[in-house]
Design a protein around this ligand. Structure first.
Ligand SMILES: Nc1ncnc2c1ncn2[C@@H]1O[C@H](COP(=O)(O)OP(=O)(O)O)[C@@H](O)[C@H]1O
Ligand SMILES: CC(=O)N[C@@H](CCC(=O)OP(=O)(O)O)C(=O)O
Length: 289
């Protein structure tokens, strides 16, 4: 299949996971950044399946880094507190009161739920946010969005320390400002910036759709930067898909080898993408030569 050819430098030729098993050691040392979106988290079963895949990945020597979202969980808490919030091009307009809720929900409930799920599957996960160990400093994205941040300096050294210790980092997308501010970073944006800083082998953006769809609603297995620009301009790519495709382009420009947008709720989604020939979702690479 065409997509398979484009992956030949890194992905196995196995058709099934069991066929891939004897070859898994070839991935030892690879860095795979996985954005786990709020919509992809679904119920406890989806969380457990995700956690099992991540632990298996770590057991074969891959260094997985989880960067999570949690938009729906933030919405739920804002509703309870009767705080209104608006989105502009997929990003939440964040004032001080909203920021407090975002930090509590992401660094607290959502981060620890993922850490606990991975540890329950036999892994060793540690939760942190972009504020820990100076991982992410931000500048303001746009005054109209308030405390939404764009990562400006990333220090991934803490992640390498965790890799060496066999620990799986689970990162909430928050950043520090140089004047003591806390910034809300879109989860996709944070994952892309971390993947670029690590020059990751793969960035997987897990969501609740099978991939990027064209006007006819068909999932595109491979997309170029040019197609993404056209589809965004004509409105085919909209809402939450905008930060994902923008992230994919920035990550590739920043040195990530390939980005895949895929359905995180599909059984064994991440393992199938990494270890089998057919992969899953929409693959974005610098060039398809
Ligand atoms: N061209 C497109 N292809 C696929 N999904 C799209 C497209 N344009 C907009 N979307 C929307 O983007 C959503 C994914 O973004 P979002 O809801 O923010 O996900 P997550 O919470 O997983 O980060 C999809 O559920 C879909 O409704
Ligand atoms: C700036 C911005 O929009 N931040 C997001 C952070 C969480 C996120 O990205 O969650 P999902 O991946 O589940 O959508 C927010 O406040 O919702």
């Amino acid at each position: 299949m065409k997509k398979r050819d484009m992956n030949r430098d890194w992905i196995a030729t196995a058709r099934t996971l069991s066929e891939a098993l004897p070859y898994l050691q070839r991935y030892a040392g690879a860095i795979v950044v996985i954005k786990f979106g709020g919509h992809a988290m679904g119920d406890d079963e989806a969380m457990d399946t995700f956690a099992r895949d991540i632990v298996l990945m770590r057991q074969v020597g891959v260094n997985p880094v989880i960067v999570h979202g949690g938009g729906p969980m933030i919405n739920e808490m804002l509703d309870k507190l009767e705080i209104k919030s608006d989105f502009v091009r997929g990003k939440r307009v964040t004032d001080t009161a909203t920021m407090e809720v975002v930090e509590m929900v992401l660094s607290g409930r959502v981060n620890k739920r993922i850490v606990q799920a991975i540890n329950a599957q036999g892994g060793r996960a540690v939760g942190l946010s972009g504020k820990d160990a100076n991982l992410i400093f931000c500048k303001q994205t746009n005054p109209e969005l308030g405390l939404v941040g764009t990562p400006s300096e990333i220090d991934p050294s803490i992640l390498r320390t965790l890799f060496d210790a066999g620990v799986i980092p689970v990162i909430a997308p928050l950043g520090a400002g140089h004047n003591g501010e806390t910034y809300n970073i879109n989860g996709d944006t944070a994952a892309g910036a971390i993947a670029a800083a690590l020059k990751a082998d793969r960035l997987l953006l897990l969501t609740d759709v099978a991939g990027v769809k064209n006007k006819e609603g068909e999932v595109l297995t491979a997309i170029t930067a040019e197609q993404i620009r056209e589809m965004t301009a004509d409105g085919t790519i909209a809402g939450g898909m905008i930060p994902k495709t923008e992230t994919a382009l920035d990550a590739i420009e920043g040195g990530v080898r390939a980005v895949v947008i895929l359905d995180g709720r599909a059984p064994n989604a991440t393992l199938l993408e990494l270890f089998t020939e057919h992969g899953a979702g929409s693959l974005i690479r610098a060039s398809f030569d």
